[in-house]
Design a protein around this ligand. Structure first.
Ligand code: RB5
Length: 151
């Protein structure tokens, strides 16, 4: 499975750890983030990753900044993206089961390395339920995207 990963300067270290971990598990990981500790604007990495997920270039995305919040907001601006900030494995599981989330976000200043590994494992190993009520709600979210005001 091909996974994309994106990060800002606050998450370079954790990104490297997660990349190495996933590669060890047999995933192909495409790095869309910065490799530097110098200040880097997370919307840049978020947009590149989100477009790769939306286009199908990668199946799922992992987006990490200091809190996971800024990068998730940016990812969610791309049509077709359902990015969820998680700092517990229950949310990581349910956002796949119920929301069919395609990007998991977390904060390098919030979660430790072991929890981050559990989050990505849970996210990547859980499939969407395809229950009618969950698909209906996802379709309603897509409808919101399609109704957006365009200047
Ligand atoms: C960078 O200092 C920090 O603001 C960023 O990593 C993130 O936490 C934003 O939401």
């Amino acid at each position: 499975m091909k996974i994309g990963i994106a990060n800002d300067h606050a998450a370079t270290q954790l990104k490297n750890t997660i990349m190495e971990y996933l590669q060890g598990e047999g995933y192909e990981v495409v790095n869309f983030g910065t490799n530097s500790l110098e200040s880097f604007d997370y919307p840049v990495a978020a947009e590149t990753l989100a477009n790769a997920v939306a286009s199908g270039e990668v199946e799922f995305g992992i987006a990490i900044c200091g809190t996971g919040v800024g990068i998730s907001i940016a990812c969610n601006k791309v049509k077709g993206i359902r990015a969820c900030v998680c700092s517990d494995t229950t949310s990581a599981k349910l956002t796949r089961l119920h929301n069919n989330a395609n990007i998991i976000c977390f904060g390098a200043r919030i979660v430790g390395e072991e929890l981050a590994k559990d989050l990505v494992d849970t996210f990547l190993e859980t499939s969407f339920t395809h229950d009618e009520r969950h698909q209906r709600r996802i379709d309603m979210i897509t409808d919101i995207e399609n109704r957006q005001y365009k200047a």
